[in-house]
Design a protein around this ligand. Structure first.
Ligand code: NAP
Length: 283
């Protein structure tokens, strides 16, 4: 018996990185998982496609389907939950993971870059939650997890890395701060309906293909890096538990609840909240 047996989940931004890891972990626990990204196949230079993420989950014995939609475009995402409910039925779990990060000085961040980040990082998660709520309310149960970032807070002094790296993450962090505030409000509104809404981020860096530009920061500050398995395990905990309006870091949540961390296919116990990352590895 898996902790997600019989449940249907939609994970956005699941062609690679943290979203793909969360989709694999949910599938390993028995969820039927619908994976979203902007396209089905390859595009640009980044590895990882929806098609091969679905094939990987199926090869691991899980149930998965792909639905492409550009979440930065309101029209493209307007029927995503309806489309995602076709393969396996109405959603029990929504993981809003897809995001855009533009590293810009706050004094210079353009309207275009701010619009992209706020559209994808704030408006898309809210729209998808609103689309998913009617089915969750009629089922009397549901889980919504918004993937955030420690950058929602100004880093403590002294900065662990350079001053400029603390500055340029600010506009992206502002979008995640907005997401966190919305998450808490939504969580308190919906708790009585049996719908559990939370936000969670990594302690700092997960070395995904899309986050490769931060590898130099990771080498200088290996304690800022965490293995993607911590994000996946903490996401699983928040998508099966009864937490309300938590805004947490994955390592801290896993430590607080004393949870062991399993491999993404669920087959092995890797360790606990103190599991260390390989700074040269890519999720
Ligand atoms: N990695 C980190 O160190 C880190 C730290 C803090 C927080 N986070 C948060 O964790 C989440 C995942 O980060 P990540 O590093 O795993 O990201 P990533 O490797 O860059 O992957 C991003 C995913 O989002 C999808 N995506 C991008 N634009 C999209 C769009 N317009 N519509 C639909 N899907 C789109 C990408 O697929 P396509 O390109 O194929 O569309 C991909 O599947 C994000 O919310 C991020 O803010 C990450």
């Amino acid at each position: 018996m898996g902790s997600c047996d019989g449940r249907v989940a939609l994970v956005t931004g699941a062609s690679r990185g943290i979203g793909r890891a969360i989709a694999r972990r949910l599938a390993a626990e028995g969820a039927s998982v619908v994976l979203n990204a902007s396209r089905l196949g390859a595009h640009g230079k980044l590895p990882g496609t929806l098609e091969d993420a679905v094939a990987q989950i199926q090869a691991e014995g899980g149930k998965a389907a792909a639905v492409a939609a550009d979440l930065g475009d309101a029209a493209s995402r307007s029927d995503l939950v309806a489309r995602a409910s076709e393969p396996f039925g109405p959603l029990d779990i929504l993981v809003n993971n897809a995001a855009a990060a533009r590293m810009r000085l706050p004094s210079e961040c353009s309207t275009e870059d701010r619009n992209l980040m706020f559209e994808l990082n704030v408006n898309a998660p809210v729209d998808l939650a609103q689309q998913a709520l009617p089915a969750m309310k009629s089922a009397g149960a549901g889980w919504i997890l918004n993937i955030s970032s420690a950058s929602a807070q100004q880093p403590a002094l002294p900065y662990r890395d350079t001053r400029s790296s603390a500055w340029i993450i600010g506009p992206y962090g502002a979008s995640k701060a907005a997401l966190e505030r919305y998450t808490v409000a939504l969580a308190h509104e919906l708790a009585e309906d049996g719908i559990f809404v939370n936000a969670m981020g990594p302690v700092a860096i997960v070395l995904t293909q899309g986050a490769d530009y931060v590898r130099d920061i990771a080498r200088r500050n290996p304690d800022m890096v965490e293995p993607v398995e911590l994000m996946a395990e903490a996401a699983l905990a928040l998508c099966t538990g009864r937490h309300v309006g938590q805004v947490v870091l994955s390592r801290e949540l896993l430590h607080a609840i004393g949870r062991e961390v399993r491999s993404l296919d669920g087959k092995q116990v890797l360790g606990d909240a103190f599991l260390e990352a390989d700074v040269e590895a890519t999720a």
